[in-house]
Design a protein around this ligand. Sequence first.
Ligand code: FMN
Length: 259
Amino acid sequence: MSNILHNATIDTLLERRSIRKFKQEPLDDDIVETLETVAQHAASSQFLNDWSAVRITDPDLKKQLSKISRQAYIATAPLLYVFVLDEHRNAAIAAEKGIETASDAFTLNGSYRYTQAQNDAVLALHAMETAAYSLGLGCVILGSLLNDVQKLIDLLNLPEYTYPVLGLAIGKPDQEPALKPRMPRSMQFFENEYPENDELLLLGLHDFDEQVHQYYDLRNADRPVDAFSDQIATNAVDEGVNEKAVAPLAKRQGFRLER
Ligand SMILES: Cc1cc2nc3c(=O)[nH]c(=O)nc-3n(C[C@H](O)[C@H](O)[C@H](O)COP(=O)(O)O)c2cc1C
């Protein structure tokens, strides 16, 4: 029996699932204004406000972005944003005060400032996403826009001290995907310290694997979804992460290592 409390906000978050097919209906300006204002109200580290978002309305540009992300429906997403880490604006503001701006405070070369800007951008995007769902809309976050970062930068005319981080496509849902299962809370929330052995950590993995395997993914409707642990292993092989360690497993399971 679940003891989860419910209200409109919690239910919006618990019901959230990625939507990858949208009705071809434009969204009202007041929706756009609402979503953008909500995003601006997200928390911001040191109040640097070091993110921006580019609203993509040009159909040709949408098409080009859909090619970069290799997801065709993005070409017709009713509302599409690219969130950008942005120290350019702060550098311009500082330059007006006569401050030298070629420092790590603005260049995004320092990992702390980069992470800070990324955190801000992701929080803003997530606020927008949640607000969209609360209005009955659907969204998908798009890391795949980074398949060709240089092209994205060129297309959006992004200046120095900026870096694109994620896209967000929004519209009225034209599909009803199942809720994707999540791992047991015990595998992701720990008390006071990280579990001392991996056996404890992975308690519950077997059941979770089974739930993920049962999940029906509209993107691959013709075949069952791999168990979570298989997805993690495949991903590591595809990405070349730790290829050596995974090679024996890949061989056992018949994955291809060449690419
Ligand atoms: C940082 C990030 C990048 C993502 N990029 C993509 C993407 O490029 N394309 C896509 O279809 N889904 C993308 N997703 C959505 C995830 O695939 C999805 O959230 C995950 O499979 C869980 O499914 P759910 O959102 O339906 O719960 C992304 C999600 C995140 C958080």
